[in-house]
Design a protein around this ligand. Sequence first.
Ligand code: ATP
Ligand code: MG
Length: 332
Amino acid sequence: RPRVLSGIQPTADSFHLGNYLGALRQWVRMQDTHETFYMVVDLHAITVEQDPKVLRQRTRVSAAQLLALGVDPERSALFVQSQVPEHAQLSWVLECLTGFGEASRMTQFKDKAAKQGSEHASVGLFTYPVLMAADILVYQADAVPVGEDQRQHLELTRNLAQRFNQRFGKTFTVPEPHIPQGTAKIYDLQDPAVKMSKSASSPNGIIELLEDPKRSAKKIRSAVTDTGREIVFDRENKAGVSNLLSIYSALTDRTIADLEAAYAGKGYGDLKKDLAEVLVEWVTPIQQRVQSYLDDVAELDKVLARGSEKARAVSAETLERVFDRVGFLPPA
Ligand code: ATP
Ligand code: MG
């Protein structure tokens, strides 16, 4: 089985529907076909300022959501990045192989630093892509599911792996991008020209998995649509309706064509009302499961401790080889 690694940041009170339909659903599915390593990336989170109490809470809530959505700690290694020290240790070695100019070309840093004012951007934000390379390479991952925004970082990861292998002898697997089947890009409900996002969407544009389902239902019923009446998928001219159809299709596994046929002659109101119900039925049991994980934090922490043990069984071995190859003394 090919090995896959992916992570998500604990930087919001809740995951949103775009996170689930665009990424996390595939995490769950890949457990059937891959050897899976999934982590909550708190080291990445602190590249921008975090409140310590909030970060700790969000890390647990993130893990609880992953479990509730179907990440199975028996089949996957599910862990928290900071609990596996090899990430940061390998990152240092890779930083020393990364050119300053090379790192400076990472467009995500440029975008994020521009938003914060470059005086305020941390060096950690600058070296973020190198830590991401370490995350991947320390597990010898064959594949990494990546969206468009992470492609450049994966390219850097591949370059660093090849560079290390050339200089010190074959040590790392060079990972391939994995474009998972059946991911949906979800758009903002109030502005369907832009994607649903935790940093950019207005409260009414984003469906949070942990918000009151009644509130989610209301957001769907008041989603922006066009002035026409026909329920057909047409991203160009009917972005709002198309977005609702994508969500509906993803949550029910009904095809878009099937939905178009079912709603022929009906109005936008009918579509929204039904989708609101579908969403509430889907999310309610998920919220109950999240709550039950959070009701027993000691047990949740144990699950994560077992996950990091599984992860370390692989990461420690890679790091030992790396340290040896670069000329460090054996472990003291
Ligand atoms: P930010 O605004 O801070 O970038 P975000 O809402 O884009 O946050 P991320 O934490 O960047 O969320 O993304 C986590 C995962 O969810 C990534 O794999 C990303 O590709 C996916 N994702 C995020 N938003 C969407 C969306 N609207 N549709 C599909 N996938 C999405
Ligand atoms: Mg994003």
